[in-house]
Design a protein around this ligand. Structure first.
Ligand code: F0G
Length: 423
């Protein structure tokens, strides 16, 4: 066994959000076998289990005795899909910093924290879901994992697949993936296909291909990936001593995180870890904001858009997890916002003043928070957690294209160098 937990793990239910059917959880499908709808994976949780898991997770963090104890996902293994099985494909994901943003927080008059998922092994939150879905693929004897990606999922899938002895096939939108992510994906040996279209076209292709029973789809349509992403919220609250948080603000593209965070909040209430759930704020880039448009119309349906934004990670026009994400927003009295590319890049630069870097998509969360402050929805004294989803160096081009020109100095010209540096 991968772990010798004294605690009986949670039982789980997979239910189709479209037709309500209960679906076999081994493995949970990414589409309902009865109607083609989107399934959700939910745990049946009690405060009794909550007490035990909270203590165990804290103890494992302090005194890791098992390799899984070092993972910020598997420390919570009694309430994570597949935690009772072995082997587990872990690269030590999670355990990311919760950073107090003093300057920005003071400017806004709030207590502001950033959960920096760029700290993960491949530099994004995707690793938390990938460890769960890859472990399942290995156990079921899958040889190939497939994903469409704007770059982070593919980098993560490639790293976890290669370290698990699996082949990763990835389909990317041609010319729309940030350099760091492309390089990572190739470095970890994924088989790469580029499609002359958007992420949504790549996703369509991959969903067709993954009907082949030999392959596992590792996109967030697969609900067990989201099961791992719930731990972002578990960890953030653990780091805050389970004190109440007013707002949880994050960027939104394919709407996996929005779904996972809603599940996490609900789970934490059922586990007795929270009295008052935070409100969720999902932030989209204005050029790729079908969820925001839907929110403005009452969340009844979602209309696909042709996406365009500098935040390539969230350049998505037809998000797969809409039916799940809608519930998360509704249940948490949440909001969906959209921010311009200019506001995103300005927010990215603003974070630098607190010594924090992240990729453009991640900075959308801060731009969204500023909008909530301006509207008076976030009020002085509020405690807010931003989720920064990816590492600064994922997208070096976005950084260099904003920088002022670099001055040149001939070798050996000390005086000229001193003058340029203002010394
Ligand atoms: N932030 C980053 C850095 C991302 O890479 C993504 C999604 C998101 C936010 C949006 O999260 O899809 O759960 O709403 N990236 C995917 C990818 C689509 O392929 O890497 P979401």
């Amino acid at each position: 066994m991968a772990n010798s937990s004294p605690v009986v793990p949670s039982s789980r239910v997979v239910r189709c959000l479209a037709c309500g059917s209960t679906v076999d959880e081994t493995p949970p499908p990414d589409v309902c076998p009865f109607c083609g709808g989107l399934p959700e994976l939910r745990h049946q949780l009690t405060p009794e289990l909550g007490n035990k898991v909270r203590d165990l997770a804290a103890e494992r963090r302090k005194n890791p005795e098992h390799p899984l104890d070092r993972s910020g996902v598997w420390r919570f293994r009694e309430i994570v899909y597949g935690g009772e099985h072995s082997p587990i494909a872990t690269l030590g994901e999670g355990g990311t910093r919760l950073i107090r943003l003093m300057q920005i927080g003071d400017e806004m008059g709030i207590e502001l924290h950033a959960k920096h998922e760029g700290d993960n092994p491949t530099g994004s939150f995707k690793d938390r879901g990938m460890t769960v879905v890859m472990s399942d693929a290995v156990r079921r004897g899958s040889r190939v994992v497939l994903c469409a990606s704007t770059g982070n999922t593919s980098a993560s899938a490639a790293a976890y697949a290669t370290s698990s002895g699996l082949k990763a096939g990835v389909v990317l939108p041609k010319g729309q993936v940030a350099l760091g992510k492309l390089a990572q994906t190739l470095f970890f040996g994924a088989q790469l296909l580029e499609v002359d279209g958007s992420f949504d076209d790549a996703m369509h292709l991959v969903r067709e291909l993954s009907q082949d029973p030999r392959v596992t789809l590792v996109n967030s349509a697969n609900p067990i990936r989201l099961d791992g992403q719930r731990t972002i919220v578990f960890e953030a609250f653990e780091q805050l001593g389970y004190e109440a948080v007013d707002w949880l603000v994050f960027p939104a593209g394919n709407l996996g995180n929005c779904s996972a965070f809603g599940w996490a909040v609900d789970d934490m209430v059922n586990l007795g870890w929270l009295d008052r759930p935070p409100r969720l704020a999902a932030v989209q880039a204005a050029g790729a904001a079908p969820f925001h448009a839907s929110f403005e119309q009452g969340l009844e349906k979602l209309e696909r858009v042709q996406p365009e934004t500098v935040a390539t990670a969230i350049r998505i026009g037809n998000p797969v997890s809409f039916p799940r994400a809608r519930l998360s927003i509704e249940k948490t009295d949440g909001v969906v916002l959209s921010v311009t590319d200019e506001q995103i890049l300005e927010a990215q630069r603003r974070l630098a003043r607190d010594g924090v870097g992240c990729e453009p998509a991640s900075a959308a969360s801060l731009a969204g928070l500023q909008q909530l402050c301006d509207r008076g929805e976030v009020t002085p004294g509020d405690r807010v957690v931003l989720v920064l989803t990816g590492h600064l160096l994922k997208d070096p081009q976005a950084l260099l294209s904003q920088n002022p020109t670099v001055q040149q100095v001939p070798a050996g010209e000390v005086e000229a160098a001193a003058q340029h540096l203002g010394l």
